[in-house]
Design a binder for this molecule. Sequence first.
Ligand code: FES
Length: 203
Amino acid sequence: MSKGRDSNETAWGTKRRTILKACCAFALTAPAVAARGDETDEASAPPQAGDALVFAFGKRAGQVIALADLKVGSKQVLAFPMNPTTMRVRDGSRLNQLAVVRLDPAQLAGDTLARAADGVVAYSGVCSHTGCDVTDWFNDKLHFKCPCHESEFDPSDAARVISGPAPWQLAALPLKLAGDAIVVAGPFVGRLGFAQPGGPSGP
Ligand code: FES
């Protein structure tokens, strides 16, 4: 065998090892990339029937909300749905943020009562006006208040707009109880999201 051929074969051997290494590295990383993609999809997917609700913020962020955590008539809690099997919190979309409040079942309007779990009701936590978080509360009226432009929503009656510039009521999320845990019973009812400049101004 000539010296030139030996050096060519050595060079090819090195190149082949490099290609194999690159292929192995790809084979090892590709599933991880795919898995991250799945996680993103799962986090951004809208609430699914059977999802638990978890606290969105604060010291208990990520913990499951139980019926006993909510006092009748107290200010809303901001929450996200969570897949109870994978424990993945669906916080990949702002539109999954929820305003959850517990009211006296006797005070709920018919449709709202049908979607409630022992008086607990959940709505989109994103204001339909320009998309602020619905974080404020009228303690006397038991209504949601948007801090940005003071739209007021009645959670006992489908979160209909009582006052302010919000163009439509907050989308409602049906709930049920699973033991002491509050669980999603079905998809959002009503229009989700907020008004875009020049867009439709009603549900
Ligand atoms: S964003 Fe809520 S009232 Fe304007």
